[in-house]
Ligand binder design. Structure first.
Ligand SMILES: N[C@@H](CCC(=O)NCCCC(=O)O)C(=O)O
Length: 254
């Protein structure tokens, strides 16, 4: 009997449409978890204060935090809110803060993507800058306006992969080309995080958790979108999937 597919907790965003409030997650992330990482996603409702998160965390072998057009509320890192930080999703903030803290603490593999990467930094006491395209010397990291997602998620710039880190073991040394759909970025790096990749303008594009018990990587770009065709993207999801299987096996799950 083959071992069961490792379960990966994916925190939902809150979306309001068609007269309802939805707990939702984009399918591109879910498809990459299934088709490339070889795992089974479990969408976690953004109800951190109402659900038994421990019951979920005991049963999963990884956590993946997705991107979103919403932003981490600046009050979570000591900055006064203003329109330049909107839109917010506080229920998602509450859930991902708990999931990140618990996953790192429990040695659950963690892959944090875009907003998730920013949430990881905030969880470790770091801060974010907003509207970075308006900062002198910074590139415009926002998505282009286009009706075709493939154009919005097209590769936009190189990132330099830091020597000797987790990302270099996954994608190899040297620059890689990445897509870019964000207007915020890490400002002050969280305590205990390591820079794993940087953009030409100095934007921190990937981090890892120093001394983590398991795989713990945040990336500002979107490897999920091209995970079936782009080698570095595929390598990230394959490495995450392998870490989840190792966790499953260590827990003696069948
Ligand atoms: N909102 C944050 C994080 C950006 C992010 O997660 N982007 C994912 C896709 C968003 C889209 O489809 O436009 C920021 O802007 O930095």
């Amino acid at each position: 009997m083959p071992a069961s597919s490792p379960l990966v907790a994916v925190p939902a965003d809150i979306r309001d449409f068609a007269n309802y409030r939805w707990h939702a997650s984009p399918d591109t992330y879910l498809k990459a978890l299934v088709g490339v990482a070889g795992t089974t996603p479990v969408i976690v409702p953004a109800m951190a204060g109402e659900i038994d998160l421990a019951a979920i965390l005991e049963r999963v072998d990884g956590v993946m935090t997705t991107g979103s057009a919403s932003n981490v509320h600046p009050g979570r890192y000591g900055v006064a809110p203003s329109p330049s930080f909107e839109p917010y999703d506080p229920d998602r903030d509450d859930l991902t803060a708990r999931l990140i803290e618990e996953s790192v603490g429990r040695g659950l593999p963690l892959l944090a993507i875009c907003r998730g990467h920013q949430e990881l930094n905030v969880a470790f006491g770091g801060t974010l800058a907003t509207e970075i395209q308006e900062i002198d010397g910074r590139m415009d990291h926002r998505a282009i306006t286009h009706e075709d997602q493939r154009e919005r998620y097209a590769t936009r710039h190189d990132v330099a992969v830091a020597d000797g880190g987790l990302l270099a073991t996954i994608v190899g040394a040297g620059p890689i080309k990445v897509n870019s759909l964000h207007r915020q970025a890490i400002d002050r790096l969280g305590d205990g995080l390591r820079v794993e990749a940087s953009a030409p303008d100095g934007t921190i594009e990937a981090v890892s958790v120093e001394g983590a018990k398991a795989f713990a990587l945040g990336v500002q770009w979107h490897p999920e979108f091209w995970a079936t065709s782009d080698a570095p993207s595929a390598a990230i999801f394959e490495a995450f999937g392998a870490a989840c299987r190792a966790h499953r096996d260590a827990r003696g799950r069948s």
